[in-house]
Design a protein around this ligand. Structure first.
Ligand SMILES: [Zn+2]
Length: 398
């Protein structure tokens, strides 16, 4: 059968050690043709993060067609080779090889999830190092007033300016940090969207030698607030209120905050923070567009993307990485990391890959490889995508 000739035979090349390498069932014998059952693919019920992330990426492609993200997990790195599908059996994790990855933490739900996971480990390592020495980590949150009419393209650089004043520029802050033995920090830049427009904010992990009980009610919070008000004034931002402009929380919040990284790309915010329905993450906007076709959400995602593109999400204070022996990898290094014990299960030539990517079903295929290691279901699925694409083309031509 036509299909049989396109799927590569089990390749001799594998990333697995020889002992782990095995012949790929369902493909090695060119057995795709056996599975001529074209009935609907039964997908297990329940939430499937893989499918969700790739579905969102499929929609980013529609919103930002000219950006590099639109080629992510879509175009091949080497046009001479097919798309590879690997499986790590121990972790039951399937992944692609020979596909371009954009490494864009702001726009790509698939890359952002991998990057967050990597950053989470780096930040945890630094926090653990600090705690082992008897220190504690507080979480400082800085926000500024904004309205539905505020232009994010002006507010965002002003916020960065204010943070610079707050953390680096002012003698008073330096004295304050010294007073509270704050020796390091990690600052994270985030943005959500609510009824008052875009809400850029910083979560700053403060590494202090002291253990401060109930920091929310502390004098320290008041002193930090005074500095933040000054920093905002210097950056031309309206005065933040004491209630909303600054929060200071203890270590348990810092731990909880970091442990949730990566989840926002997979689960709607409603699952994480109940009762905050008016506050959406950019990926919530994307999800809204994917599910309802809401053009306004697509427009907001575009505005957000161009405002934040190229901005650093994380900033570490000088010396912290070296002291905590944290080797920071670049975003591209994180997404390009290969799994050394994953086996190459099969390879798809462009004729078979195209219908899958065109339909945005890259996540479904990986999920099926994970669900059924015999690859029977994956092969039926590949064939189904090809048939669907053929039908679609026929419809277009008639
Ligand atoms: Zn990407």
């Amino acid at each position: 059968m036509y299909v049989q000739n396109i799927v590569s035979q089990t390749p001799p090349r594998t990333r697995a050690p020889a002992a782990l390498a095995r012949t790929c069932e369902g493909v090695g014998g060119g057995s795709l043709g056996i599975y001529t059952d074209n009935s609907a693919i039964v997908v297990p019920q329940g939430f499937q993060p893989l499918r969700e992330k790739f579905k969102l990426l499929h929609n980013v492609r529609k919103i930002l067609p000219a950006e590099r993200v639109s080629k992510c997990f879509y175009n091949r790195v080497s046009k001479e080779e097919g798309v590879e599908v690997f499986l790590n059996r121990l972790r039951n994790k399937a992944n692609y090889g020979n596909l371009m990855r954009c490494a864009n933490p702001w726009a790509c739900p698939v890359c952002a999830s991998i990057i967050s996971e990597g950053r989470k480990n780096e930040v945890k390592q630094a926090m653990d190092w600090w705690k082992q020495q008897g220190g504690s980590v507080l979480m400082l949150t800085l926000t500024a007033p904004h309205y539905s009419s505020t232009d994010i393209n002006s507010l965002k650089p002003a916020m960065l300016k204010a943070r610079k004043h707050m953390l680096k520029g002012v003698r008073a802050t330096k004295d304050l940090f010294k007073h509270y033995a704050i020796e390091h920090y990690i600052s994270v830049f985030e943005v959500t969207y609510g009824e008052n427009g875009f809400h850029p904010h910083f979560h700053i992990l403060l590494f202090t030698r002291y253990h401060i009980s109930n920091p929310r009610e502390s004098v320290m919070r008041l002193q930090l607030y005074e500095q933040w008000v000054n920093a905002c004034a210097k950056a031309g931002i309206d005065e933040p209120s004491y209630k909303h402009g600054l929060d200071l929380q203890d270590g348990s919040y810092a731990d909880k905050y970091v442990s949730k990284w990566g989840l926002e790309h997979e689960i709607t915010k409603g699952h994480i923070k109940k009762g905050k329905k008016d506050s959406k993450t950019p990926f919530d906007l994307l999800r809204d567009y994917a599910e309802t076709g809401n053009e306004q959400s697509a427009k907001l995602f575009r505005v957000y993307y161009y405002a934040f593109k190229g901005t650093r999400q994380l900033n570490w204070s000088q010396g912290l990485k070296k002291l905590s022996r944290t080797n920071e990898q670049t975003d591209q290094e994180l997404v390009d990391q290969t799994d050394n014990v994953a086996e190459l299960m099969f390879r798809l030539d462009i004729e078979l890959w195209h219908p899958i990517r065109k339909a945005g079903k890259q996540g479904e295929l990986l999920q099926l490889v994970q669900d059924d290691h015999t690859l029977r279901r994956a092969m039926v699925f590949v064939q189904q995508c090809l048939l669907d694409e053929g039908r679609r083309r026929q419809d277009v031509n008639t």
